[in-house]
Design a protein around this ligand. Structure first.
Ligand SMILES: Cc1cc2nc3c(=O)[nH]c(=O)nc-3n(C[C@H](O)[C@H](O)[C@H](O)COP(=O)(O)OP(=O)(O)OC[C@H]3O[C@@H](n4cnc5c(N)ncnc54)[C@H](O)[C@@H]3O)c2cc1C
Ligand code: SF4
Length: 506
């Protein structure tokens, strides 16, 4: 059963076997596995439950209702916008639906450098395949490549850069183009469509508009849960949930923040955070592109992406993207009349995101006022790869016939021919100068064999807190992939199954 706590407040105290915080890729999957095994599971989700026409395709309503901090979460220096879902089903409800699994070399690096000796390709093979099955992963059909995607591919082919059409988790997609603010025809095979219904059928209970603000360790554990109003603006009451086992699946940042807020875990909690910041790039064409219709992100130039023996996934990747009018307007480096004029070009714009895996040097803290603070410094090696990626992407767009390519920074960096490419070398990438976006947060509850290097053991159990686990991407010591949905589905299932097969001895 789903209890919408804004309509039907729960009793003051509820006793369960397993309480799961968060209902996204990690929490939904864990709930499904544990409920099917007969565990009494309660999923606590602070977001609302939305479906069908409730995804109104309107920027202002949907960012407000479907995103953490209403889409306004930023790093402390305002350099990186941190995008995360806040809805039943989590980020899968508002993501771009690309399916890119975790690759063997990443797992090998985690074994070699971070001591995760059990996280082997062989151990994770079945869960990785199962994740693809649960996502109904399939290649994006050629007929669904809109002009935005075709142009990047055309340009890549003309300059001889390698690329590919990606896999996605859409079934029955109507090409409405608003994937990042929810799919009105439920075409995404996301946790809200797959894991949550399966968990409910297996007997799990789900509460929405239920925010866990603190976990009190002990036997059993107590979770302090604040109930929210229908819009999620105000707290309307407080109840407690008592559980034998707690699973954190609140997203890398949310899980680390909840541990900090509860005073749990060691000094690695909140450390080693990777944001994989993405730099947007816009290209203006004379022809109509109409990138806001159809699948926004289907093609990737993979020329610059590679594995590095010590750093893991490295280099950069260039992927198409398109946003709804509000998000595109917010990214343009203009105000007033100039912004209005720039938006008249919206139908002629193509857009890409330049995605750079990074070293996990970010930090999550909770301030004395209770706010989540994310500190992140843009490293020279990331800036260097932005410059390489900008040059390659700009060359591709110019080869495809763009009249102008723009990094929408302050001030904008413009390219009208290849002779202009060196302009990006002079752009300093000072804090908050370029509108960087993070969609793939990882780390913050790093897993490892010992307290000296990690916040959780390889099973996800928090050091110092028996029976409290983190099963989301907070555990990852480096970037798992260029995209995180398929990796999280796989590792969450694997960790839940391991937990079932190796129960804790008191
Ligand atoms: C705009 C965007 C586009 C993306 N595109 C892709 C893509 O194309 N392919 C891909 O593979 N990945 C993509 N991702 C990343 C991917 O969607 C996420 O990594 C993934 O959904 C994270 O899963 P999760 O279960 O760890 O966390 P989430 O899915 O974020 O779920 C965590 C849930 O916990 C809830 N929560 C947090 N704190 C609390 C609390 N204290 N109490 C109760 N509930 C709480 C949140 O409301 C949220 O619903 C994208 C992400 C974004 C934001
Ligand atoms: S493009 Fe497809 S998946 Fe995205 S919102 Fe439209 S119908 Fe849904």
């Amino acid at each position: 059963m789903i209890r919408h706590c804004d309509e039907q407040p729960p009793p003051p105290s509820t006793r369960v076997e397993v309480a799961i915080v968060g209902s996204g890729c990690a929490g939904g999957t864990a709930a499904w596995v544990l409920a099917e095994a007969g565990k009494q599971v309660l999923v606590l989700e602070e977001g609302p439950d939305k479906s069908g026409a409730q995804f109104t395709q309107r920027d202002s309503e949907m960012y407000d209702q479907l995103y953490m901090d209403r889409g306004g979460r930023m790093t402390t220096d305002l350099s990186v916008s941190i995008l995360q879902g806040r809805v039943l089903g989590g980020g899968g409800v508002i993501n771009a639906s690309d399916v890119v699994p975790i690759e063997d070399p990443v797992l090998e690096l985690w074994q070699r450098r971070f001591g995760l000796s059990e996280w082997t390709a062989a151990a994770l093979d079945a869960p990785r395949l199962r994740a693809l099955e649960d996502l109904s992963a399939n290649p994006i059909p050629e007929a669904m490549l809109n002009r935005n995607n075709q142009l990047l591919r055309q340009g890549a082919e003309r300059i001889g850069a390698s690329g590919h059409v990606m896999r996605h988790n859409r079934v029955g997609c109507a090409g409405m183009g608003t994937c990042l603010i929810g799919c009105p025809v439920s075409a995404k095979r996301n946790p809200r469509q797959v894991a949550i219904p399966a968990a409910l059928s297996a007997g799990a209970e789900v509460w929405t508009r239920a925010r866990v603000v603190r976990i009190v360790d002990g036997t059993p554990k107590r979770l302090i849960v604040r109930l929210l109003d229908a819009k999620g603006y105000r707290e309307t009451g407080e109840v407690e949930v008592v559980a034998d086992t707690v699973v954190l699946a609140a997203n890398a940042i949310g899980s680390a923040a909840l541990l900090s807020r509860s005073g749990l875990g060691n000094h690695h909690v909140g450390q080693h955070v990777s944001l994989q910041p993405q730099l947007p790039l816009l290209a203006e064409f004379d022809e109509p592109v109409v990138g806001f219709r159809g699948i926004p992100q289907a093609y990737a130039i993979d020329e610059g992406e590679h594995f590095d023996d010590t750093l893991g996934l490295w280099g950069y990747r260039i992927e198409t993207i398109m946003g709804t009018p509000g998000i595109v307007a917010s990214l343009l480096p203009y105000a007033g009349l100039a912004a209005k004029q720039a938006m008249t070009q919206y139908p002629r714009l193509a857009a890409a995101l330049l995605l750079t895996p990074d070293e996990p040097t970010g930090r999550v803290e909770v301030t004395s006022s209770g706010r989540i603070q994310v500190d992140y410094e843009l490293h020279a090696n990331v800036v260097d790869r932005y410059r390489q990626a900008v040059k390659l992407a700009a060359r591709a767009y110019l080869a495809a016939g763009a009249r102008r390519v723009m990094v929408p920074s302050l001030p904008p960096v413009l390219f009208e021919s290849e002779a202009d490419l060196a302009r990006i070398d002079a752009f300093p990438f000072r804090p908050a100068q370029a509108p960087l976006l993070s969609a793939h947060q990882q780390g913050g509850v790093r897993a490892g064999p010992s307290q000296s290097s990690a916040a959780a053991d390889p099973t996800g159990q928090i050091f110092g807190s028996r029976g409290i686990y983190c099963w989301d991407s907070g555990l990852y010591p480096t970037s798992s992939s260029s995209h995180t949905m398929a990796p999280i589905l796989a590792t969450s299932r694997w960790l839940a199954e391991r937990w079932l097969s190796q129960p804790l001895t008191p």
